[in-house]
Design a protein around this ligand. Structure first.
Ligand code: GUN
Length: 281
């Protein structure tokens, strides 16, 4: 069994991004810029946004965070997005989710200029992903594909199982695997017999947010197991959706939590931001 070291891979990618940013500045006078919208006081969202801002700074990417109170109106967020769409110094726009329940999230995401949609959440980019066209791909599933590539794991012809069917993780993950010629099962809360699907998978990808959901007997011998879940346990420690100790003994590759997929998400955001800057200018 080999551990897929997302932390180290992400570090390498962030160094490569920093080098590319330096060249963009020197050769083309381009400083990539990212604008982040952060609404409310959710501590996890604040922590993620802080990590994203720090990663930008380290890579030489300009970033600005628009912090808004929980009580902000739909139209005020919309006006902020419209302003960022027009701002020539901003290449990427990211709205940290979730937004408060009184906000229409779909409408907000649809307002983002698809050319600045570095999270890949706009239906335009999702449609391009589904049809196999170039566009912006959500950072977490993109990071998973980068990890598979770095460890020479080719999905072609493999049975893959994605557990979780969210718009920002499960669905784009399934599309990427399909585009890479895997045979893909997508499981969700209404799946009748989860183990029947997971135990067939050569590549098992889990992103649900339920600690210990996937246990040893649900995993095929020699499978590649990618754990996207991040759960805070009662003792304050972090755990994924996969029972790491049990599953690690029978799979060929596994990602740890923390230090697996999480750091890759931020590295992919930086990559998407320089992609946006290069394509716009
Ligand atoms: N909330 C949870 N994950 C994400 C993410 O990847 N991007 C944004 N914008 N919000 C999130």
């Amino acid at each position: 069994m080999q551990i897929i070291d997302g932390k180290n891979l992400a570090k390498k990618i962030r160094e490569e991004v920093a080098e590319e940013v330096e060249l963009l500045k020197k050769d083309r006078d381009i400083t990539p810029g990212l604008a982040v919208v952060l609404v409310g006081d959710d501590p996890a969202s604040h922590a993620y946004v802080k990590m994203k801002a720090r990663a930008c700074k380290e890579a030489g990417i300009y970033s600005i965070t628009h912090e808004m109170p929980e009580t902000i109106s739909q139209s005020e967020i919309e006006e902020t997005i419209a302003m960022m769409n027009k701002n020539p110094n901003i290449d990427g726009i990211l709205v940290q989710l979730p937004l408060p329940p009184h906000i229409d999230t779909t409408k907000i995401l649809e307002l983002i200029d698809p050319k600045k949609d570095v999270d890949g959440f706009h239906p335009y980019n999702f449609g391009r992903l589904m049809t196999g066209l170039d566009g912006f791909v959500p950072c977490t599933p993109l990071g998973v594909m980068e990890m598979l590539g770095a460890y020479d794991i080719d999905p072609k012809g493999k049975d893959a199982c994605v557990v979780g069917a969210s718009n920002i993780v499960g669905k784009p993950m399934a599309a990427l695997l399909l585009n890479a010629f895997a045979t893909v099962d997508v499981c969700h809360i209404h799946t009748k017999d989860l183990a029947a699907h997971t135990s067939r998978a050569d590549i098992l990808i889990v992103g649900v947010g339920k600690a210990g959901l996937v246990t040893e007997e649900m995993v095929k011998d020699g499978a590649v197991v990618i754990d996207i879940g991040i759960n805070r346990l009662e003792d304050g420690s972090l755990a994924g959706d996969v029972d790491f100790e049990g599953v690690a003994s029978k799979c060929s590759y596994i990602t740890p939590v923390p230090g697996g997929v999480g750091p890759m998400t931020i590295a992919m955001l930086l990559k998407n931001t320089i992609k946006a800057a290069k394509e716009r200018k």
